[in-house]
Design a protein around this ligand. Structure first.
Ligand SMILES: [Zn+2]
Length: 55
């Protein structure tokens, strides 16, 4: 589970937009870019090259 304060400051590295946190999948989604950012050891991997496309 990510801290809400952390979630508040996180933004998509590509569009700087809001992210949609999915605790069940342990990932952050940018619906604008259709990208999914993984969360590893409670640390979001905010790298465009590490993101995977939202299916
Ligand atoms: Zn984005």
């Amino acid at each position: 589970m990510l801290d809400q304060k952390l979630l508040d400051v996180l933004a998509c590295p590509k569009c700087k937009g809001e992210l949609d946190y999915r605790p069940d999948d342990n990932e952050l989604r940018c619906n604008a870019c259709k990208l999914v950012y993984a969360v590893k050891d409670d640390i979001p991997v905010m790298l465009i090259e590490e993101a995977r496309p939202l299916s």
